[in-house]
Design a protein around this ligand. Structure first.
Ligand SMILES: [Zn+2]
Length: 83
């Protein structure tokens, strides 16, 4: 069985209607249906994300503490100070 091409599945996940042959294939192919469902979840997650969801880099002082620990082989005298 030839499965649906990835680009066609992605287009459907993004909201385009499937071609008739792809629609028929999806109705009986568990593999393609599973891939489409995963793509739909990714699209939904991407569309519902906000700037607050973007990971922020750790504070500069944490990188400095890591660098010191690597350079000198241990912690630099305890946890970093609170801001
Ligand atoms: Zn398939």
């Amino acid at each position: 069985m030839t499965h649906i091409q990835a680009d066609a599945l992605i287009a459907v996940a993004l909201g385009e209607p499937p071609r008739a042959s792809d629609h028929r294939h999806l109705s009986h192919c568990a593999t393609c249906s599973k891939h489409l469902a995963a793509l739909v979840r990714i699209v939904e997650a991407a569309r519902s994300s906000t700037p607050a969801d973007i990971p922020q880099p750790p504070p500069e002082r944490l990188w400095h503490a890591i660098e010191q620990a690597i350079r000198y082989g241990g912690a630099s005298g305890g946890p970093p100070d609170h801001e």
